[in-house]
Ligand binder design. Structure first.
Ligand SMILES: NC(=O)c1ccc[n+]([C@@H]2O[C@H](COP(=O)([O-])OP(=O)(O)OC[C@H]3O[C@@H](n4cnc5c(N)ncnc54)[C@H](OP(=O)(O)O)[C@@H]3O)[C@@H](O)[C@H]2O)c1
Length: 361
């Protein structure tokens, strides 16, 4: 019975993915491209993975609207080259764009913690963290980070979760503020066993697609609980978005034949600029905090989720499973080396110790 229910949910998830693939342009026909943003002067946004694809467009458009943007990237040289290019091309009335580069490698939890330490040490307000960086290594054999986690789970869920929690002091300073997670409609095909988030026990056969979709589901589950655990006074909204199916470098690990199809399907795929609209909407639209608050009032609700057309939508049924979500929440803290009461302590202004192996900070 449980299996057949799981099968029905999987079919529903697959229909969502197929719908997004073929109707995303139609569904988003009401949106401008590029998205029209309000003036964002004096607001700081951190955008991870902003050297390519959706993150690159997100960072550029925020900066062109006057925001202070921190490009949180692993390839700092590429980020500096982009800034130089944007400074000369930007239409922002001769004013230099307010962008800087900070190094982060999501494959290293230590690098994430160092990034957060450096940023928090500024004691400056942070208006939004956009957890955009991600990998989708379809067809590639199972790989593990040096922290010992399956790489999709680490880059797409564990490291962004650690970053969001450690940056809470800066987000509280910037309140009302936001955490935006660039997720995927594919989360609805995911499966998370909180006791085996890296798929090593063999209960579920690992494929890279399972790794990708499950990391995205884990992120939705974690985000739903994070939103509920943050007291309303913190004024932090937590949102997941689907960018759509977008032509970016994310396909670089796909088989050649799929990459060729990707290249020949401009009528189906969104451009990176179109794909950045849901992130930009979630990070800047004035109605988003109110929507998040309305969900928070319901104990059983899942995380706020916006589709590529910037409309609220329901995440997958599994994301509403409060028991599994709570276990994913607790396991995530254990795997990133944080005490499970870290959020509680950080919102009260207390220090939190973070341990990876034998390192403490
Ligand atoms: N494209 C789609 O159809 C689609 C659909 C659903 C969801 N998404 C999500 O959208 C987000 C952005 O992806 P994209 O399509 O724009 O792909 P992309 O062009 O490949 O960009 C991904 C970015 O993430 C960065 N990144 C990867 N691993 C990292 C690490 N270990 N540490 C720091 N940064 C890292 C990459 O940096 P490098 O350039 O240095 O590798 C790059 O800047 C991802 O979360 C992805 O899952 C994309």
């Amino acid at each position: 019975m449980k299996d057949s229910l799981g099968c029905i949910e999987w079919i529903k998830g697959m229909m969502n993915v197929i719908h997004e693939m073929f109707f995303q342009k139609y569904d988003a026909r009401h949106l401008h491209n590029p998205m029209q943003l309000p003036s964002l002067h004096n607001l700081t946004f951190i955008v991870t993975g902003s050297t390519s694809g959706i993150g690159l467009q997100t960072a550029r458009q925020l900066a062109e609207s006057g925001a202070h943007v921190v490009m949180a990237v692993r390839n700092t040289k590429a980020a500096h080259e982009l800034i130089q290019k944007w400074q000369t091309e930007s239409p922002s009335e001769g004013l230099p764009l307010n962008i800087e580069v900070m190094e982060i490698d999501l494959l290293s939890l230590d690098s994430v913690a160092r990034f957060a330490d450096l940023y928090n040490a500024r004691s400056e307000p942070l208006y939004a963290l956009i957890n955009n960086a991600g990998i989708c290594s379809i067809g590639v054999p199972q790989k593990f980070s040096k922290d010992g986690h399956e790489v999709h789970m680490q880059v797409n869920h564990l490291a962004p979760a650690l970053l969001a929690v450690l940056l809470l002091p800066s987000l509280i300073r910037g309140s009302p503020s936001r955490i935006v997670n660039v997720n995927s409609v594919v989360h609805s095909l995911g499966f998370v066993d909180p006791e085996d988030m890296s798929f090593v026990k063999g209960n579920k056969k690992f494929t890279s697609f399972v790794g990708y979709s499950s990391s995205k589901l884990a992120q939705v589950m974690f985000s739903g609980i994070l939103q509920k655990r943050l007291p309303a006074e913190c004024g932090i909204s937590v949102v997941c978005v689907s960018p759509g199916i977008v032509k970016t470098n994310v396909v670089r690990d796909l088989p050649k034949i799929v990459q060729a199809a990707h290249a020949w399907t401009p009528y189906i795929y969104l451009s990176p600029q179109e794909g950045s609209r849901s992130s930009l909407f979630a990070a800047t639209d004035p109605q988003v905090p109110e929507y998040c608050e309305s969900l928070k009032a319901d104990e059983r609700s899942a995380c706020a989720f916006f589709s590529q057309d910037c409309r609220p939508s329901n995440p997958a049924k599994e994301a509403w499973n409060t028991e599994t979500s709570r276990r994913v929440w607790e396991k995530t803290f254990e795997l990133v080396g944080l005490p499970v009461d870290a959020v509680n302590n950080l919102v009260r202004g207390k220090e939190v110790k973070c341990s990876f192996g034998d390192q403490y900070r």
